[in-house]
Design a protein around this ligand. Structure first.
Ligand SMILES: Nc1ncnc2c1ncn2[C@@H]1O[C@H](COP(=O)(O)OP(=O)(O)OP(=O)(O)O)[C@@H](O)[C@H]1O
Ligand SMILES: [Mg+2]
Length: 462
């Protein structure tokens, strides 16, 4: 790629001479006769270097430098000046110009400096690439998994992170969807800006609209002041719409408009507010199926699903179990002050033989519970067994026996009680972790949440 240089000078003869000399050396050169014209020609990445005269009719070189930088923060500038304007040349250096030349100057000397600028730029690029590679290593450390499936996930995360497109992350509960979303934001250009998360399943439907879009003062009873929505709060950064499958149908058109137009209307607000936010969505539901069932709008689905990352369930990547066990043991040691070295091989067999419906989260919790029982230097078979309470739950569904006799209460109530009992035992099994209990019961966390309310159960009590 030939390096591109822009020469800005009002003396036509001088400018043309310089441009031709540089073109002969293999540079691609454009010319501008005024600073205004020069600024106009700058685009991000279009030029490597601007050679700028100081005294020009209209805008001066000093005034032009910040404007050039604004349009392309990475462009380099060398100023050219008559000796009477040396002061301003020094000022230009303070503004970030790379060097200055006093006219008349030797073309040879100029050429050496230009080559130095280009070399500096090449090195800078290398450093940037290196930084990215190192970040990539960091990524490898955070998202654990060496299975082919996880390697592919990590490659996708790398590729998608630096783009600005929307991402849809799918996978069963506990497979690491939020971790992936965190990583994408952290590796993106928006890393320093806010990352706002909204769990669409955890917020009562009646409040979801104003959470997302905000509301004006007096928009409804109780709206005593203006509230900015999550999109506004995420300005410049990213938003995670978690459990997007639970987005109520009636809010989906408004969300679609927001995503398409990058604008929201606060509830009770008259004029739209623009935002610049990258949208990441996650769900453990089969959105495609929900579209087919008419529960999710297809246009919104396609809008969100520009890039998609599908997380495989843990049972399909059991190769990752030893690595994950290592990671979680280190974390447990830090948190509990234990000094566990490893998982014994019989205990490891147990971990391998179970199919982990609650995936990585359930795995981490089971290991932590086992660590609490553990008395030796490594986690033993018995510790894991106790962590599973009555031995590892079999992968075949166990349906507790229903009463043989006819109930002496109406059928509806009997079914209700039976449901309540099943939920209780799921919560006992998972020590009150709702997402895991939902996975055991084969229902969505939101569904479980509704049922807990219905039965007056409190997961914290388990
Ligand atoms: N590949 C992984 N490497 C390291 N930790 C992981 C990995 N996958 C998941 N985890 C950990 O497991 C836990 C659950 O992950 P996360 O909350 O991201 O899952 P999720 O898919 O969002 O689950 P849910 O659908 O229930 O919200 C977190 O503590 C996360 O850090
Ligand atoms: Mg999650």
């Amino acid at each position: 790629m030939p390096k591109r240089i822009l020469v800005v000078d009002d003396e036509t003869a001088f400018r043309t001479m310089l441009a031709e000399a540089l073109a002969e050396k293999g540079y691609k050169v454009d010319e501008a006769a005024t600073a205004e014209e020069g600024v106009e020609m700058i685009r991000p990445g279009r030029y490597d270097l601007v050679l700028h005269d100081m005294q020009l009719p209209g805008m001066s070189g000093i005034e032009a430098i910040p404007l050039l930088r604004e349009r392309d923060p990475l462009v380099d500038v060398i100023v050219m000046t008559g000796h009477s304007t040396r002061d301003s040349a020094l000022k230009a250096m303070q503004q970030g110009a790379y060097d200055y030349f006093t006219k008349p100057f030797s073309l040879k000397e100029m050429e050496i400096v230009i080559r130095r600028v280009m070399e500096k730029r090449r090195l800078q690029l290398e450093v940037d690439n290196l930084k990215q590679a190192i970040q990539g290593q960091g990524l490898g450390r955070r998202i654990i998994g060496d299975s082919e499936a996880m390697r592919q996930v990590k490659r996708m995360v790398q590729r998608v992170a630096t783009l600005e497109t929307g991402v849809l992350i799918t996978g069963e509960t506990g497979t690491g969807k939020e971790l992936i979303a965190d990583t994408i934001h952290a590796l993106s250009r928006r890393a320093e800006k806010p990352f706002i998360k909204l769990n669409c399943a955890a917020i009562p439907e009646s409040l979801l609209e104003s959470e997302l879009f905000g509301h004006e003062k007096g928009a409804f009873t109780g709206a005593s002041s203006v509230k900015r929505g999550k999109f506004e709060l995420a300005e410049g950064g990213s938003i995670l719409l978690d459990e997007i499958g639970d987005m109520p149908l009636h809010l989906q058109p408004k969300l679609l408009r927001a995503v398409e137009q990058k604008q929201v209307e606060r509830v009770g607000g008259a004029k739209p507010v623009s935002f610049d936010v990258r949208i990441i969505a996650a769900t453990n539901q089969d959105l495609h199926q929900r579209v087919a069932d008419g529960e999710f709008r297809s246009d919104l689905y396609y809008r969100l699903n520009v890039a998609s990352i599908e997380l495989p369930p843990l049972r399909e990547r059991k190769d990752d179990i030893p690595l994950l066990a290592g990671l979680f043991l280190r974390q447990i040691n830090l948190r509990l002050g234990t000094d566990l070295a490893s998982v014994s091989s019989q205990a490891m067999d147990l971990l391998f033989n179970y199919d982990w419906p609650g995936n990585v989260r359930q795995f981490a919790n089971a290991l932590e519970r086992a660590a609490i029982f553990c008395e030796g230097p490594s986690v033993a078979f018995a510790d894991i067994e106790r962590a599973f309470r009555k031995g590892p739950p079999s992968s075949a569904p166990v349906v507790p026996a229903a009463p043989q006799d006819l109930p002496n209460v109406p059928l509806k109530q009997a079914v209700n009680d039976y449901e309540k009992a099943l939920i209780r035992s799921a919560l006992e099994r998972t020590a009150g972790v709702q997402t895991e209990a939902a996975a055991l019961l084969g229902i969505s966390p939101k569904n479980l949440w509704n049922k807990l309310k219905k039965h007056g159960l409190d997961s914290a009590a388990f």
